[in-house]
Design a protein around this ligand. Structure first.
Ligand code: FES
Length: 147
């Protein structure tokens, strides 16, 4: 799939009640594996295959870092903000010798969650090119025998 295509379609995920009850719902959405997280009062949707090596984010732990909910990839523990898809890590400020959270920039594709009349939908965000897009190419699908 070309990552520069716009997608104006809303893809049905489930009723608000069901999505909240499951906490995590993974679905095939427009040729991508997307996971919707229902946490506190918010919904977040992002590509399920981690930008680093394709790990299944649906199985990751949730951590709150600097007031941002993040998913910790179960494979190599990379941390990704659910709201923005930024990869974050803890670095040391050489001047102060204190640790601080830093960003690697947006690495994981996040999608828009639409809630209407008690139902949850995802509208794909396909703008630009991100590291995680490599797992949604024809070459990758063939390599992994996903077709
Ligand atoms: Fe996610 Fe390596 S695959 S951290």
């Amino acid at each position: 799939m070309a990552s520069t295509d716009a997608d104006d379609c809303k893809h049905y995920i489930g009723s608000v009640q069901d999505v909240r009850q499951r906490c995590r719902t993974t679905a095939e959405v427009g040729g991508r594996k997307v996971t919707v997280f229902a946490l506190k009062t918010s919904f977040y949707a992002l590509d399920d295959k981690c930008y680093h090596a394709g790990g299944p984010l649906e199985l990751g732990d949730i951590e709150e870092i600097n007031n941002d909910l993040c998913i910790v990839c179960p494979w190599h523990k990379y941390i990704i903000k659910l709201s923005s898809g930024e990869g974050v890590y803890q670095g040391i400020d050489p001047a102060t010798k204190k640790t601080e959270w830093k960003t690697k920039g947006v690495k994981q594709r996040v999608h828009e969650v639409v809630v209407e009349n008690g139902h949850v939908y995802v509208r794909l965000n396909l703008a630009g090119k991100l590291d995680c897009d490599r797992y949604y190419t024809e070459e990758y699908r063939k390599l992994m025998n996903e077709d």
